[in-house]
Design a protein around this ligand. Structure first.
Ligand SMILES: *[C@@H]1O[C@H](CO)[C@@H](O)[C@H](O)[C@H]1NC(C)=O
Ligand SMILES: *[C@@H]1O[C@H](CO)[C@@H](O)[C@H](O)[C@H]1NC(C)=O
Ligand SMILES: *[C@@H]1O[C@H](CO)[C@@H](O)[C@H](O)[C@H]1NC(C)=O
Ligand SMILES: *[C@@H]1O[C@H](CO)[C@@H](O)[C@H](O)[C@H]1NC(C)=O
Ligand SMILES: *[C@@H]1O[C@H](CO)[C@@H](O)[C@H](O)[C@H]1NC(C)=O
Ligand SMILES: *[C@@H]1O[C@H](CO)[C@@H](O)[C@H](O)[C@H]1NC(C)=O
Ligand SMILES: *[C@@H]1O[C@H](CO)[C@@H](O)[C@H](O)[C@H]1NC(C)=O
Ligand SMILES: *[C@@H]1O[C@H](CO)[C@@H](O)[C@H](O)[C@H]1NC(C)=O
Length: 272
């Protein structure tokens, strides 16, 4: 059984950006999975969004940002059994699905693999896509957490693979919950440990075995922030800043994380 809740979250950069442009779209996903004895086996609450690059028929690249998960469903999410660990399956729209599964060891449990699929044959989300079909990216995370601890990471984590960048923040998750009681003992991600202030730092990279993607050059193209059935930002960017990566990094580091987050949407290459 799946119990879930969606709450609009004020305060994230994207919300700010969309507020400015007249639409709100950031949701915190929350779910409790329960086993046959109606005990909670897995608790998760998190925020995420995605930036997808695709090639158009006119050989340009377009970017789509998926951030409105308001109508997310959790079909397929299971507590698992002795053979298979638990997994969270999230569908949003008819175009996207997201799966994370967990494994257990003697004293730890791990977030195993995050996979994300999108269907470019949906021509409202991916207008003029050159290649139509379902694409899936797998991000092995293999991140271990002590059993009976709840993992928390308020900081931003980024996963990059092929044409997809995934952003995660405000993450709380505990799999293999014992006796149906979600732990109060938190296991923090490194980025949360080092940030002494409450200001979340941007761009933690979750340890992963993925190949580092080569630094992208600034790309000219259209960028849109998709809020589900509409678009709250659409801009064509043809601007190249004459600033070195290093300088840019220093400049960025002095900015607040919210603004940084906002920047990513305006200048997606600025974060690389
Ligand atoms: C999930 O369970 C926790 C702990 O029992 C509770 O605080 C929370 O409200 C529940 N959330 C949902 C969406 O049912
Ligand atoms: C999820 O399951 C419910 C009930 O079984 C069904 O009505 C709904 O269509 C399913 N949604 C998806 C996206 O599969
Ligand atoms: C997790 O899912 C991936 C593919 O989605 C699969 O290859 C892997 O075996 C799964 N791991 C577990 C522990 O179920
Ligand atoms: C989108 O796809 C549908 C069905 O494949 C087609 O009928 C429609 O003309 C397409 N729309 C655009 C704008 O290409
Ligand atoms: C779960 O319950 C068992 C038996 O009541 C107890 O021995 C164990 O310590 C409990 N585990 C946790 C994590 O509370
Ligand atoms: C969410 O679902 C409701 C009811 O099915 C629908 O009216 C609404 O347009 C959907 N919103 C989004 C953003 O897909
Ligand atoms: C999505 O569309 C539905 C129906 O047209 C509308 O009621 C809803 O407000 C829209 N949601 C957003 C976020 O624009
Ligand atoms: C960028 O700036 C450097 C020095 O600040 C200058 O040498 C170079 O010509 C500039 N490049 C462009 C494309 O304007």
């Amino acid at each position: 059984m799946v119990f879930f809740r969606l709450s609009p979250v004020p305060g994230s950069g994207l919300v700010l950006l969309c507020l400015v442009l007249g639409a709100v779209s950031s949701y915190s996903l929350e779910l409790n999975l329960t086993n046959s004895e109606k005990n909670i086996c897995l608790y998760a609450k998190w925020q995420m969004n995605f930036r997808i690059r695709y090639e158009t028929t006119s050989k340009n690249y377009k970017f789509v940002t998926i951030s409105d998960l308001a109508n997310a469903t959790y079909n397929g999410s299971i507590c698992g059994d002795d053979q298979n660990g638990p997994k969270i399956v999230v569908q949003f729209g008819s175009v996207f699905s997201w799966v994370v599964n967990f494994t257990k060891d003697v004293s730890t449990y791990s977030i195993d693999i995050i996979s994300f699929s999108y269907d470019t044959s949906d021509n409202t989300t991916f207008p003029d896509a050159k290649e139509k079909g379902i694409f899936t990216v797998y991000n092995p995370v293999a991140f271990g957490i002590p059993l009976n601890d709840i993992f928390r990471c308020s900081s931003m984590s980024t996963l990059e693979k092929n044409d997809v960048v995934q952003y995660y923040w405000d993450v709380h998750v505990q799999a293999f919950v014992q006796n149906g009681t979600v732990s109060t003992k938190e296991f923090l991600c490194d980025k949360d440990k080092t940030s002494t202030t409450a200001v979340p730092t941007v761009h933690t990279t979750v340890p992963s075995t993925t190949m580092p993607t080569p630094k992208e050059k600034p790309e000219v193209g259209s960028y849109s922030v998709n809020n589900g059935n509409g678009t709250c930002l659409l801009a064509t960017m043809g601007l190249q800043l004459n600033i070195t990566q290093e300088k840019l990094k220093n400049v960025l580091l002095t900015l607040t994380s919210t603004f940084l987050f906002l920047l990513q949407w305006v200048w997606p290459w600025a974060s690389l």
